[in-house]
Design a binder for this molecule. Structure first.
Ligand code: GLN
Length: 382
């Protein structure tokens, strides 16, 4: 078969590969960030009603005006910067939103700086467009940024710094000071700051979350990406968004139109009902519940000899699988799957050079019974 060179470069993600292997053994999927928790009633009912009301045809390529306005109002309230409907592009998940914005802004050969460990889809999206990635290593437990190295990495070709905050997979939550330093560097070099904030509500231990949207001094240079997959447990609905300067919105919506035509109409209505009717308490409860899940799961990992730090945000944890048999990260992850039927993602999905890194990522956003079962299996089998 004649597969194009471009398609040959796009390979199956480790997250997807492990999900397939997990399904084969009917295991517990802690590999993919599925988030199969309860969907809030208003969100579910909203989508069903929308279908009955006839919201079944194309919407604007920018997303429904009412949803764009509601997202703008929410972010204005949360992050203290005026976000208008005109700054919002609703797309097919955060992944779709990033694809549209990256296509809109970057040319082949443009350089983007990313911190490692990274989220593989960021890399694949940018590489599929011919961008060159420059990786900057960050290390546990705090994954601090070496700002001197960051400034050194910036060249004539650098167009953006991309962060994931809170980070998938490390759980790092960028401090206010770090965000200010990033803003200074972005402003000085006239580049973009792309901030994937899909886990914005998943922050633990009373830490404060600093959105890139709060960086007033570089507001034209910030692209924030987020969505409803995680917070409303609707990862399969694919409703996400990008926030950016109004001057880029129209071009980005044309990419959105080309690839997706529009986000799903009734599902936009469903998430809008969530924004409208869920109290503030809903969001704090989700964070509190996940902090408990984190504590339960990470204490078990440590108990069975898979050392892991308590993450500050998002809902993943990188655990050290060195004590398990196998020559590399993938073999160890496969051993774990065989022994416990628990799927995780090997380090190679998050590091440019995974040689000798025996880490695996586990998603702890699981129903209580399932999380307990996973802990039981780890204790029994390791
Ligand atoms: N964001 C989720 C993860 O990191 C899902 C990724 C995916 O399946 N594309 O697991």
């Amino acid at each position: 078969m004649n597969i194009s060179k471009r398609a040959q470069q796009i390979t199956q993600s480790e997250i997807r590969a492990m999900t397939i292997l997990c399904n084969k053994v009917n295991g517990i999927n802690m590999a993919q960030g599925l988030c199969d928790l309860k969907v809030p009633d208003v969100v579910q009912t909203g989508a069903k009603e929308a279908i009955e009301m006839g919201k079944n045809v194309y919407t604007s390529a920018l997303g429904e005006p009412y949803l764009r306005a509601a997202i703008g109002e929410t972010l204005t309230r949360n992050y203290g910067r005026k976000i208008e409907a005109g700054n919002v592009l609703v797309s097919n998940g955060a992944t779709g939103a990033l694809y549209c914005l990256a296509t809109t802004l970057f040319d082949e050969g443009d350089e983007i700086i990313l911190f490692e460990p990274y989220y593989g889809y960021h890399v694949s999206t940018l590489e599929s467009l011919g961008c060159k990635i420059k990786y900057l290593k960050t290390l546990p437990p705090n994954y601090e940024i070496d700002f001197d190295k960051l400034e050194d990495a910036i060249s004539e070709k650098t167009r953006a710094i991309l962060i994931c905050n809170p980070s998938n997979p490390s759980g790092k939550v960028f401090s206010k000071e770090e965000m200010s330093r990033l803003a200074e560097i972005v402003g000085k070099n006239d580049i973009y700051l792309i901030s994937d904030e899909i886990y914005e509500h998943f922050v633990y231990d009373g830490l404060a979350f600093t959105s890139a949207l709060s960086l007033q001094a570089i507001k034209e240079r910030v692209i924030a990406i987020s969505g409803f997959s995680k917070i409303f447990s609707v990862t399969g609905w694919r409703i996400g968004y990008a926030i950016c300067d109004e001057s880029i919105i129209s071009a980005a919506s044309e990419v959105n139109d080309l690839v997706y035509v529009c986000p799903a109409s009734p599902l936009q209505y469903g998430v809008n009902q969530g924004i409208k009717y869920l109290p503030k308490q809903y969001y704090t409860d989700v964070a509190r519940d996940h902090q408990q899940k984190r504590d339960t799961f990470i204490s078990t990992l440590n108990e069975v000899g898979l050392a892991a730090d308590y993450v500050k945000g998002a809902y993943y944890v990188l655990a050290d699988l060195s004590s398990l048999p196998g020559d590399d990260d993938k073999e160890k992850v496969l051993y774990l799957l065989k022994k416990t039927s628990i799927a995780s993602v090997p380090a190679r999905a998050f590091f440019s050079d995974p040689n000798g890194i025996n880490l695996a990522r586990f998603c702890f956003s699981k129903k209580e019974e399932e999380l307990e079962e996973a802990c039981r299996r780890l204790r029994k089998n390791l």
